[in-house]
Design a protein around this ligand. Structure first.
Ligand SMILES: *Cc1c(COP(=O)(O)O)cnc(C)c1O
Length: 373
């Protein structure tokens, strides 16, 4: 490959913030500054103190408000991220067998966990080609149906719902705080806070129904061995006291609390949803009218409002665009590696300004023109 001369994007085209990654995602800079100014009051102090308990309590209350949780629903949290929740659910929510609606790397990963669990039957896999999503059909015999709300690896917003007696588990990691849904159709909606909620990683949160709580207690009372760190009953007990079982990152909790307040202050879920629709709409409309870019997700009803995947024509290398953007301070627009497509992936989470998305489009056009010339 011949070395490419550097391409400098004129500063008047650049976005005000160059972070477009799908996770860890853009964090509001003022929260980071505020965190620093807590000085010796927060970081480096015990997580069992009132200060931290009031942050955890604030997070649980604000999630309840954001989703207007019906009676019987609770917010549970624990250390380890959505990946740890897959293991916790495998031990503490699935009784005999689960069904998995798979349409990308993340939904696939949960299915791989349950397939390896010696105490469970072989999971039923309902799979769609990447870039689309399986229909949420009823699967007989299973006691958990596992869906994903937003497949971060492909940019698909997938349908889910209650179609049998099975508990409905939904991975909401890159949708939580940005895409509304019918809470009554779900028994456990779980997520990590470093995607649409613009905090840091290392934590999982779950909105759980009364039926899910009952299942957690029943399994916990059975003779199944559950690793203590992955016990959902322990997580539930600690959450009710505004604590976590083991030490959480206080930074993650602080930033999440601030982010939730800011979303609620600006109008809650309606605000967040309309902002992500605006940003993603700019990209999809641009791609639909472009001669060299197109939306990877063909069905408009499955296109994610929070993670936009755009394919590029064969004579343009998306990785080269991403690398020129990076040289100019615009980061994390590369596609999900394992997908192996000639693609850019751009987050349009609520923290990202629609004006910056418009600027990004102008930058992509500028770069493609230079690369062609
Ligand atoms: C990022 C992501 C995960 C994994 O989250 P961790 O916090 O790294 O465990 C799971 N599911 C989805 C949909 C994700 O986007």
């Amino acid at each position: 490959m011949t070395p490419r001369p550097p391409i400098t994007i004129p500063s008047n085209l650049l976005p005000s913030d160059g972070r477009f990654g799908s996770g860890p995602s853009k964090i509001q800079q003022s929260f980071v500054t505020d965190l620093a100014s807590t000085g010796t009051d927060l970081l480096g102090t015990s997580h069992r103190r009132k200060t931290v308990q009031s942050i955890v309590g604030g997070i649980r209350d604000q999630i309840s408000n954001l989703y207007r949780l019906p009676d019987g629903y609770e917010v549970v949290l624990g250390v380890g991220g959505a990946t740890a929740f897959w293991d916790a659910a495998t031990f503490g929510l699935i009784d005999r067998q689960s069904a998995h609606f798979v349409c990308g790397e993340f939904s696939e990963k949960f299915a791989t966990v349950t397939a390896g669990a010696p105490h469970l039957g072989e999971p039923v896999i309902v799979k769609a080609p990447y870039g689309s999503a399986p229909l949420p059909v009823a699967v007989s015999g299973v006691d958990v149906a596992a869906f994903i709300h937003n497949e971060t690896s492909t940019g698909v917003m997938a349908p889910f719902g209650r179609h049998s007696e099975a508990l409905v588990l939904v991975d909401g990691t890159s949708a939580a705080g940005a895409i509304p849904f019918d809470v009554t159709a779900v028994d456990a909606y779980y997520f990590s806070p470093q995607k649409a909620l613009g905090s840091e990683g290392g934590l999982w949160l779950a909105i759980v129904s009364a039926a899910a709580i009952e299942r957690i207690k029943t399994i916990a009372g059975s003779d199944r061995w559950i690793p203590p760190f992955l016990s959902l009953e322990t997580a539930l007990d600690n959450s009710r006291r505004d604590q976590t079982y083991n030490t959480p990152s206080l930074t993650t909790l602080y930033l999440l609390d601030r982010q939730l307040s800011s979303v609620l202050d600006q109008g809650g879920m309606e605000w967040a949803a309309s902002r992500t629709m605006e940003s993603s709409g700019l990209l999809y409309n641009w791609a639909d009218s472009s001669t060299y870019a197109s939306a990877f997700v063909e069905d408009p009803s499955l296109r994610s409002p929070t993670v936009v995947t755009l394919d590029f024509a064969d004579d343009i290398t998306a990785d080269t665009i991403a690398s020129v953007l990076k040289d100019n301070g615009i980061v994390d627009t590369e596609s999900y590696r394992k997908l192996g497509r000639n693609q850019l992936r751009i987050a349009t989470f609520p923290n990202i300004d629609p004006d910056d998305i418009a600027a990004l489009i102008a930058c992509i056009e500028f770069v493609v023109e230079r690369l062609a010339g």
